[in-house]
Design a protein around this ligand. Structure first.
Ligand SMILES: Nc1ncnc2c1ncn2[C@@H]1O[C@H](COP(=O)(O)OP(=O)(O)OP(=O)(O)O)[C@@H](O)[C@H]1O
Ligand SMILES: [Mg+2]
Length: 284
């Protein structure tokens, strides 16, 4: 069964004539994991905004074409109704929280979607436990790391048991260990039967997860790769990042490996006033 069917002839944002997307026909099956990649500005985020209904609900523009979600045209959904079926994990999860405390945030999402208060407490606990973050339940969201915030954002999509989850560059604020954890989470969500759509530049952690890989260029889907088809050669040809774990060093993301061991001749000044002498400092 297709959970999303899109036939986008043309899209441009209000106030700008530039055509951002054109001639995109895309159906996504239930339980599929689809990765969308391509150079910065090619339209990945815009496409996901159309597929998840944020366009036209939150971002206005001229959309020529048809999009239906779970068999119903997006224009037939009431305001806010799509949140029952679609969860979003934004690039910077901080943008999507309403409450200060983790438990309140998840409860808020459930209440907002009209869930019965009696069952809500358990749903909140279950959602935290799927992500393994029961220990964060009473924490202030602002005090959490990027990876922890992301897990809270994912948990919040589980409270109502949304069928489709969109991720926009989910690895961008994570270190290597965080990305490996993210990969495990995606595997778990997939095994729960979720449909997952990920816009991403970093590919190594998705290489054995994707069912379909879409390469976008200038607002179009230029090439579609089925499970396992994307090769290193393709990545080079399309200027994509590596799919290979072994080339991780070229991604330069494991910051823990780049420890500064020796600092010499560093001076600190405010305006013209020197506030320390040059020093030599060795870290252990
Ligand atoms: N809200 C907006 N209003 C007007 N133009 C926008 C808006 N959001 C994005 N654009 C424009 O649409 C084009 C595609 O942007 P989009 O964010 O979809 O690309 P992307 O592939 O996700 O890029 P990145 O890899 O940098 O995230 C860009 O030219 C961008 O400037
Ligand atoms: Mg983007």
């Amino acid at each position: 069964m297709n959970v999303i069917e899109a036939d986008i002839k043309k899209f441009s944002y209000d106030g700008n004539d530039k055509v951002i997307l054109k001639d995109i026909e895309l159906n996504i099956k239930e339980g599929e994991l689809v990765v969308i990649s391509g150079l910065s500005g090619c339209g990945k985020t815009t496409l996901t905004r159309i597929l998840n209904g944020l366009i036209p609900n939150h971002y206005q523009g001229q959309l020529y074409g048809q999009v239906s979600i779970l068999g119903k045209n997006i224009s037939q959904y009431k305001n806010g109704e799509l949140a029952k079926y679609i969860g979003n994990v934004f690039q910077n999860p901080t943008d999507q929280f309403f409450a200060n405390i983790v438990e309140d945030e998840l409860a808020f999402v459930g209440e907002n979607l009209g869930m019965e208060l009696s069952g809500l407490k358990k749903r909140v606990d279950d959602s935290l436990s799927v992500m393994g973050i029961e220990n964060l339940k009473y924490r202030n969201i602002n005090s959490l790391s990027g990876g922890q915030k992301q897990k809270v954002a994912i948990s919040s999509t589980l409270v109502y048991d949304t069928k489709i989850i969109f991720f926009d560059e989910p690895s961008s604020n994570l270190d290597y260990r965080g990305i490996v954890e993210l990969k495990n989470i995606l595997e778990q969500l997939k095994s729960l039967g979720k449909t997952i759509i990920i816009s991403e530049h970093r590919l190594f952690y998705l290489n054995d997860l994707y069912d379909r890989f879409l390469y976008m260029k200038d607002g179009k889907i230029e090439k579609v790769f089925k499970k396992g088809e994307l090769t290193e050669e393709d990545c080079k040809n399309y200027s994509l990042r590596t799919t290979n774990y072994n080339f991780l060093l070229s991604e330069n993301i494991d910051n823990s490996q780049n420890v500064v061991e020796d600092i010499r001749g560093v001076g600190i000044s405010i305006g013209k006033k020197r506030i320390n002498k040059k020093f030599k400092y060795k870290l252990i």
